[in-house]
Design a protein around this ligand. Structure first.
Ligand SMILES: Cc1cc2nc3c(=O)[nH]c(=O)nc-3n(C[C@H](O)[C@H](O)[C@H](O)COP(=O)(O)O)c2cc1C
Length: 384
């Protein structure tokens, strides 16, 4: 048997913001739809603590910044006192395990339904352009439904949305989080503004590249001002096709975005590899790669999507990224960093339970390795 590749590149220390990480295996933000009436539940403390490790970085599930921002059932928010209080023990449980914890800030824009909107009106977006019939929306009242045609945000509402991002960032820090990740990926509100295919505005938020990226930068600026750049990361997906939000010029547009982010002293930029679409694998188009973005950004860089033990080791060893984020494998392997270190087999994830409301099955019932299994694997590695 060939000896397994050493995972040591993944176990070198690295600084993100003010956190001294001990390894490069990041928990990717994963919506798990277990909140009740937008409020996080105590079971989430167990779930996240199971996946926390000494010196690890975790990014909590996408969390809504305001009532209009919701578009999936049972997703949490961080805009009320009750939500903030409910996050606090979850953050404490993760900190007790020695991990750094960021919260992903979310507004789904047009990827919503009237059922989620406070007054039953259509969802909000850059423009009144609906998501096509390849995609469906579920709400707590039922579904699947067609995505409704959204209504374009007014400039006054855009300003209120920017304010809501800043307030949500402050609330996250008040809940104990070490920082926030602005969700500008996967076809949600900020990405909808950036892509000309989803934004046909004629004011200063549409048209030119500068105009289409204006909201993204206003949000970054407001959030940085609220909590400090060292506490702010951002997630981008230049090659996204999810929810029909397609950027025709991924390198030009997102190259400019990444260049523009350099001046904020951000904790990190987190980018999605072209080999995934939302939560599933796809074949990347020829020439699609994150390399130019990595080169253009001066700070810490996270690569996410489709990582295996080997790709993560190679990506970090070749400096294509500083950190690698895992999604699906982290769902089914709570002790993923240890398993990668030891070259242990990975448990398969149960896709049916990704978004179910079961608080145990497919959520907190994936086991970690036992002490005995760890010892056996250590002996086997020492012999190899
Ligand atoms: C169940 C599930 C929920 C997800 N929720 C989010 C989310 O809340 N925010 C986000 O940016 N990406 C989300 N994603 C995408 C993941 O963060 C990640 O980019 C994707 O799963 C690809 O990585 P992987 O191949 O390691 O799973 C989700 C993916 C899955 C499978």
């Amino acid at each position: 048997m060939a000896p397994i590749k050493s995972a040591s590149p993944l176990f070198q220390p690295f600084k993100v913001g003010e956190a001294e990480l001990k390894h490069r295996v990041v928990y990717a933000p994963l919506t798990r739809c277990r909140a009740i009436d937008t409020v996080p539940v105590p079971e989430m403390a167990l779930y996240y603590a199971q996946r926390a490790s000494e010196g690890g970085l975790m990014i909590a599930e996408a969390t809504c910044i305001m009532p209009q921002a919701h578009g999936y059932p049972h997703t949490p928010g961080v805009y009320t006192r009750q939500q903030v209080d409910a996050w606090r023990p979850i953050v404490e449980a993760v900190h007790e395990k020695g991990a750094t914890f960021f919260l992903q800030l979310w507004h789904v824009g047009r990827a919503s339904h009237n059922n989620y909107q406070p007054d039953g009106s259509p969802p909000v977006a850059p423009s009144a352009l609906a998501i096509g019939s390849d995609w469906e929306v579920y709400t707590q009242q039922g579904g699947p439904y067609k995505y409704p045609t959204p209504r374009a945000l007014t400039k006054r509402e855009i300003a209120a949305t920017v304010q809501a991002y800043a307030d949500a960032a402050r609330n996250s820090i008040a809940a104990g989080f070490d920082g926030v990740e602005i969700h500008a990926a996967n076809g949600y509100l900020l990405a909808q503004f950036v892509a000309a295919t989803t934004n046909d505005r004629t004011d200063e938020y549409g048209g030119s590249l500068e105009n289409r990226t204006r909201l993204l930068f206003e949000v970054v600026e407001a959030v940085v001002e609220a909590v400090g750049g060292h506490r702010v990361g951002i997630r981008l997906s230049p090659f996204n096709k999810f929810l029909d939000c397609i950027e025709p010029d991924p390198f030009g547009t997102y190259g400019a975005v990444v260049e523009g982010l350099n001046k904020y002293g951000l904790a990190y930029v987190h980018m999605v590899e072209p080999r995934v679409l939302g939560n599933a694998d796809v074949t990347p188009e020829k020439g699609h790669t994150l390399k130019p973005f990595r080169e253009a950004f001066d700070g810490p860089f996270i690569s996410a999507g489709g990582h295996t033990r080997d790709t993560a080791i190679d990506t970090v060893a070749s400096h294509e990224a500083d950190l690698t984020a895992f999604g699906r494998w982290f769902i089914s392997n709570p002790d993923l960093p240890l398993r990668l270190k030891l070259g242990a087999p990975l448990a398969q994830y149960n896709r049916d339970a990704f978004y179910s409301q079961d608080m145990v099955v497919g959520y907190t019932d994936y086991p970690s390795l036992t002490e005995e299994e760890v010892e056996d694997l250590q002996t086997a590695t020492a012999k190899a």
